[in-house]
Design a protein around this ligand. Sequence first.
Ligand SMILES: [Zn+2]
Length: 282
Amino acid sequence: MKIHHIRNATALLTLGQHRLLIDPMFAKVGSMPGFKMFGGGRRRNPLVPLPEGAMEIMSQATGILVTHEHPDHFDPRALAWAKRQGLPVWAGAVDAPNLKRKGLDARELTNGALEGVASEVLLASHGRGLVGWLMGPVSGFYLAMDGEPSLYITGDTVLTKSVLDDIERLKPDVILAPAGSANFGLGRSIIFDLDELMALTRLAPGQVVFNHMEALDHCGTTRNILSERMEKEGLLEKVHIPADGQAVTLPGARQRGHVAPGRGVPNKPGLQKWVTARFAGT
Ligand SMILES: [Zn+2]
């Protein structure tokens, strides 16, 4: 397995014969408004360009995997590119219908839909309470293929009981998680804060690859902050913190088989999706 980190949450995942482009954001520097609403320091997003050679790497994609429809995960430029390339766009049941309405070849990632890959859509919570609800639904994904490490893509989420339970049940060899600790400048973070990142890493049965850093104005946890804290707590050898454009190769299939996926969350489009699609323009 290879995770070629591009920028923010965008990565090209090599899993067997598949090349899945996760959460593509192609936006040019400063083409989106800032997300840090309070406390100063608001800057237009994204803060950094796509790394050199990104388009060639992303052009290898055999499909796209979308955790949710926020513009830092699937923006209009990437959407237009996906259409031109005619790539299938995999998503949870909560997002697939809306993506289909946008004219994409959107498909629900049910177990076995991706050839040779056992999968499960997992619950992610993009913040807590009302804020989390208003941020809209997010899907996490468990992907398990013979001969490859199993992978849990958490999506934008805070550390909920459901995330903890999924790690314990599925025992993923690799976890891909956002580490920027996005915060509007007021209240709690809307993705893992630094303490939650440490807890997540301690609980991880294998390696953790972190992304979603240093690309957006409301993501305060930088690679330096994260690696210093990991080192202090003796966890550095468990984690990968790739620079933009850097690939991480995750070796080895486990001897024993992967944990079989469960039925997944009953994550159907509902009022939450309708509200966020209507007001967030997704
Ligand atoms: Zn995000």
